[in-house]
Design a protein around this ligand. Sequence first.
Ligand code: PEP
Ligand code: MN
Length: 334
Amino acid sequence: MIVILKNDADAQKVDILAQWLETQNVEIHKSVGEYTTVWGLVGDTSKIDTDLIEGLEIVEGVRRISEPYKQANRKFHPDDTVIDLGNSIKIGGGNFQFFAGPCSVESEEQIIEIAKAVKAAGANILRGGAFKPRTSPYAFQGMRADGLKLLLQAKKITGMPIVSEIMDASHIDLFEGVDIIQVGARNMQNFELLKQLGKLDKPIFLKRGLSATVEELLMSAEYIMSGGNEKVILCERGIRTFETATRNTLDLSAVAILKEKTHLPVVVDPSHASGIARLVEPLSYASAACGADGLMIEVHNNPQKALCDGPQALTPDKFARVTQGVQKIINALK
Ligand code: PEP
Ligand code: MN
């Protein structure tokens, strides 16, 4: 981090700042010029609040050189994180996984039929929303705790690990048998929820917020990791832009840049990114080609009748086509 001091900075106040910075365990490399004094702060500056320093009357400006996240940073952890979901299902470090299932759990027959179908088509992890974050309070809100019970039943029948979204920390106990807890786009910066999830020993599937930067996504991962839970899977699910032809805009460059900046697995959700079922196939291929570690895809046995997100849901046979095509791309890139 670089701190530029004002020309006429009061010497006593400058001393106080220097002393305080030393208590923060950083070394100050001072460069005093005729008109400007520049301090280079060396050490772990991730806990230093740049806004606080910038607000001081003796400071002209502050610039971060290293990233404000540490645990998620590849610089401090060069090897890919591999998350082991048991039954030899791993994600990251060259292990590619398909997370598939309906947007929402709707009934016992629906979730069990879809679970069997996506497993047969090549998915290893079953998704299904029980607590649904809907824009309208009048829309289907999910089957809630009953939905989780049905997912557990589908897990028992198929042997697939399950992932489902949490919306409130008070529901954590309900997720005991859930293998991966999803934090949806709308809760990416629900910091109190992230802190509670940081205390668990369970993988967290963290979706990028609708208008969150890559750095903000990584800082949210840092919230979970700094609490002690290092099992974080990141998900690019499209961001909101001026474009209206698709539900969101799939930011594939975020995938490539995340792979550079972090060791955590990165999954793409082309279903929410596009909102259009026929785009899921090409976007899945593009995601695999640009280095994603997995795909989360919404699949429904009867998309026309789906209670949520039907227009973006694939039928099981279309999903099978996608898994086969993606596999070819992965093999070609090996
Ligand atoms: C979902 O996965 O069903 C979902 C609501 O996704 P997102 O949080 O990305 O909108
Ligand atoms: Mn959905």
